[in-house]
Design a binder for this molecule. Structure first.
Ligand SMILES: Nc1ncnc2c1ncn2[C@@H]1O[C@H](COP(=O)(O)OP(=O)(O)OP(=O)(O)O)[C@@H](O)[C@H]1O
Ligand SMILES: [Mg+2]
Length: 264
């Protein structure tokens, strides 16, 4: 069964898609079978992973019940991808039926045996898509920028995570906070890191040891339809994401998945 990991933070531009893309790239390089699911109407992950869209089915059709998830899988160069579509932005109003929180989980369970990891990119919102992602996930990774505003976002996020854990997915585990565009030389970074540690504690998790520095190569990679892992394998960013993935998958290798906070 695949381990399902959602990368989430309802604040925009914190590095969710970048993290998904890089994690998929590194997991694939390591030989894992990976499915990336783009749950953001902006389709940034689909673009970053080099998906070429015709009139194919997308995650919108999957969520609407127009097709099975297997019909919407694009076999990309990096990994398999279920692409997104702008129509997804209207889904909140279209999905009103009982059990709407479980649609993605049900669909993913049908392909779970085929993959080692399923990585979910979420939109910068706390919507029905986010709830579906949390309900379908084993673990959450929360990227954040080393700015004060990012912390405000996390407090709101906490309420949503706790509600999903309570009502839809009791075993959901917040794996950790990933500090992005990190620069240890800024005083502000240290202040924010201290605050982030407080928040992490409230979420019953910790900050990942690996931090991601700001880099031009990260911003360039998506235009080439590949992850930083193959676009610039020797770069500092690629090394950082490799270290991050190592940290991320380490507990899965030992067989017994550690719960948030229990291993730190
Ligand atoms: N470490 C980094 N160094 C340099 N640029 C970065 C870094 N991380 C992300 N970026 C750039 O910042 C922008 C936002 O990143 P990204 O799209 O991953 O964020 P996001 O959280 O997915 O945004 P959204 O909420 O809109 O989906 C992108 O242009 C990306 O290339
Ligand atoms: Mg994004």
């Amino acid at each position: 069964m695949a381990k399902v990991i959602a990368v989430t933070n309802q604040k925009g531009g914190v590095g969710k898609t970048t993290t998904c893309c890089s994690v998929c790239g590194e997991l694939a390089r390591l030989g894992y079978k990976v499915l990336a699911v783009d749950l953001d109407p902006q389709s940034n992950l689909s673009f970053s992973l080099g998906v070429e869209m015709d009139d194919d089915f997308t995650i919108y059709d999957v969520m609407k019940g127009n097709c099975e998830i297997t019909d919407a899988i694009f076999h990309g160069e990096v990994c398999d991808v279920v692409p997104s579509n702008i129509l997804l932005s209207g889904l909140e109003l279209e999905m009103t039926g009982v059990g709407r929180e479980y649609v993605l989980r049900e669909q993913l369970s049908g392909v779970s045996k085929k993959y080692d990891y399923i990585i979910l990119d979420t939109p910068p919102a706390l919507s029905v898509l986010t709830i579906n992602a949390y309900t379908a996930s084993d673990e959450l990774v929360i990227p954040m920028l080393c700015e004060i505003l990012s912390l405000q976002g996390i407090a709101q996020l906490k309420q949503t995570i706790f509600a999903v854990k309570r009502y839809y997915n009791k075993s959901l585990c917040v794996r950790g906070i990933l500090l992005n565009k990190y620069n240890p030389r800024y005083t502000l970074t240290q202040d924010v890191e201290d605050l982030a540690e407080d928040i992490a504690e409230q979420l019953g998790t910790t900050i990942f040891n690996t931090k991601i520095s700001a880099s031009v190569a990260i911003a360039e990679a998506p235009a080439h339809g590949e992850s930083i892992i193959t676009y610039s394998p020797k770069s500092k960013s690629a090394q950082e994401f490799k270290a991050f993935v190592k940290e991320l998958i380490e507990p899965h290798k030992s067989g017994s998945q550690k719960k948030a906070g229990s291993d730190k």
